[in-house]
Design a protein around this ligand. Sequence first.
Ligand SMILES: [Zn+2]
Ligand SMILES: [Zn+2]
Length: 389
Amino acid sequence: MLLQDLIQADLPFLRSLRQDLHAYPELGFEEERTSEIVANLLEEAGLRVHRGLGKTGVVGTLRVGNGKRTIGLRADMDALAMPEQAKRPYTSRFPGKMHACGHDGHTTLLLGAARHLAKTRNFSGTVHFIFQPAEEGRGGAKKMVEDGLFDLFPCDAVYGLHNMPGLAVDEMAVTAGPQLASSDSWFVTFKGVGTHGAKPHLGKDPITASGHFLSALQTIVGRVVNPLQPAVVSACSVQAGDPRALNVIPDVVEIGGTARAYSAEVRDQLEAEIGRLARGVAAMFDIDVVYEFRRRIPPVINHPDATARALKAAQAVCGSKVVTNFEPSTAGDDFAFLSEAAPGAYVWLGNGPAVDGALHHNAAYDFNDKAIPTGVAFWVALVEQELAA
Ligand SMILES: [Zn+2]
Ligand SMILES: [Zn+2]
């Protein structure tokens, strides 16, 4: 019996599971119901289960034969704080929460693979099925790592998968190198000496200084970073003074923004250069400055070896319908914390055409159940090839 046929046999169960998860979406670190379902199904399938890692995270372990190699497969479980607009039989029952990024699908795919592999056991080695909470900006992967994910479950390689509208449901994209950007926040506070707006010579004006800083900011990307390396620096918040006090030069201007890069080197460069400009401008105007660069999520960079293994599995499932030069996304994914700890690959699974133009994080978005067989078959093929008996 072909792999795809075996997976089709579990399809009615997986489809109803996916729709159930969609109907009861839970936000980051609140995935109590979801992780209970995940842990129970893993236990039923005969896996060893660790609950409560990273608050609501779950790890299921399947060990077969005496193979030494160990791999980790990651699915995220959380939903977004937004109302679902589309009418479906399984529309969100929780107002203001919805699975608009397809993590209900990711959870289902990995459970489908665990159920299948626990039955067929056609490999030799260890698989850790990692069900992560709080991918959507709440730091779930970092929390799992801090709680000892890789001390308890060391991995020789880690893999992540995300659905992607625009690719067909029997299509995947597997590309080496950068996949998702780093996402960091920065804060610059210029501290001058406030004074009467009519007597600027009696104070030190931080507003004029911040104007110089803001106009110089884009020279980092334009003049300092290698033009062949993508980078973004944006100032997104400026707070100073009061529109009801237009005769007052304030003491302080607070500026904040985001910085994005696809390599550790450029990320370091952005951190250093924003600070250099801020200090330089402060020196020029003889005012004080406080600079903070807050690292949030590193870039996801696919490791060549792990990518080659993922590509082979994708080709076993999708034949020639595997895109190997997929453009990186400017979004971030905290899978980066896993792939910093072990060689990793992050792949895209087609979700079919965008229905009514609904893309990720749109109030009408939905994971496409027709992608379940491809996604489950990919995870199964990856394990059977990676840990060949
Ligand atoms: Zn998302
Ligand atoms: Zn997502």
